[in-house]
Design a protein around this ligand. Structure first.
Ligand code: PEP
Length: 251
């Protein structure tokens, strides 16, 4: 896998209470993760961020699930990338399918790319989520949708060193319908080929591509064996001790 460090994200979404987060952080205690081999990032809801940071093991990093598209100011209800850096969080997960597709949110490719560029410039690492809807897969549009979503970003950034791509087919998110290892590998390889053509061979070889969508303790090992799967973005299972089993699939 060309020296790409395995990476696992835990997207807690809009879930949790002080009590459940304390219990989860306790459940996630375990042997230290070898930082040279695996990077782990949890994404709590903003309001619990500082609380979760105090309770979560120190070798797991922390990020946010969204941020404003640019500099702060008169944008009521928003949180800027500079604020996220200021409180010591290193990551943002941007372009999640729920933010792209929920009718109340509907972020566009351009909005997501713009906020990603701003977040990168502010010093954050970004888990940049892409992926097709079921009807797009059925229409044979998987690669063209991924490429459209990536092109919006490729058009405005040149440094990919702090970008991790999370390929998350929308039909697999929260449905229990995980992509097969072959399906995921085929799409990851196509994404890497596109990066080689549209950006550079160096970026294609060095950029991590995570798989997300119904990853569990029982399917992670087979997925992790695939050469172009460099880790996972985990939703439901990131709220359970199973997250540790998924982290360990790098071994
Ligand atoms: C996600 O929300 O990023 C995700 C992959 O969810 P789940 O693991 O629950 O399918």
């Amino acid at each position: 896998n060309m020296g790409r460090v395995f990476c696992v994200g835990g997207n807690w979404k809009c879930n949790g209470t002080k009590a459940s987060i304390a219990a989860l952080c306790n459940d996630l205690q375990g042997d230290a993760v070898d930082a040279a081999s695996c990077e782990v990032v949890c994404f709590p809801p903003f309001i619990y961020g500082t609380y979760a940071r105090e309770l979560l093991r120190e070798d797991f990093q922390m990020g946010v699930q969204n941020c404003w598209i640019g500099k702060g100011g008169a944008f009521t209800g928003e949180i800027s990338a500079d604020m996220i850096v200021d409180v010591g969080f290193g990551w943002a997960c941007l372009g999640h399918s729920e933010r792209r597709h929920l009718p109340q949110i509907k972020e566009s490719d351009e909005t997501i790319a713009t906020k990603t560029k701003y977040a990168l410039d502010a010093g954050l690492k970004v888990m940049f989520c892409i992926g097709e809807l079921l009807e797009e897969r059925e229409a044979g549009l998987t690669n063209s949708v991924n490429e459209r979503q990536l092109k919006a970003l490729a058009d405005i950034i040149s440094d990919w060193s702090n970008v991790v791509i999370a390929y998350e087919p929308v039909w697999a998110i929260g449905t229990g319908k995980v992509a097969t290892p072959d399906q995921a590998q085929e799409t990851h390889a196509a994404i890497r080929d596109w990066l080689a053509k549209a950006v550079s061979t160096e970026v294609a070889e060095s950029t991590r591509i995570l798989y997300g969508g119904s990853v569990s303790a029982s399917n992670c090992v087979e997925l992790a064996k695939k050469p172009d799967i460099d880790g996972f973005l985990v939703g439901g299972a990131s709220l359970k001790k199973d997250f540790l089993t998924i982290v360990d699939s790098y071994k």
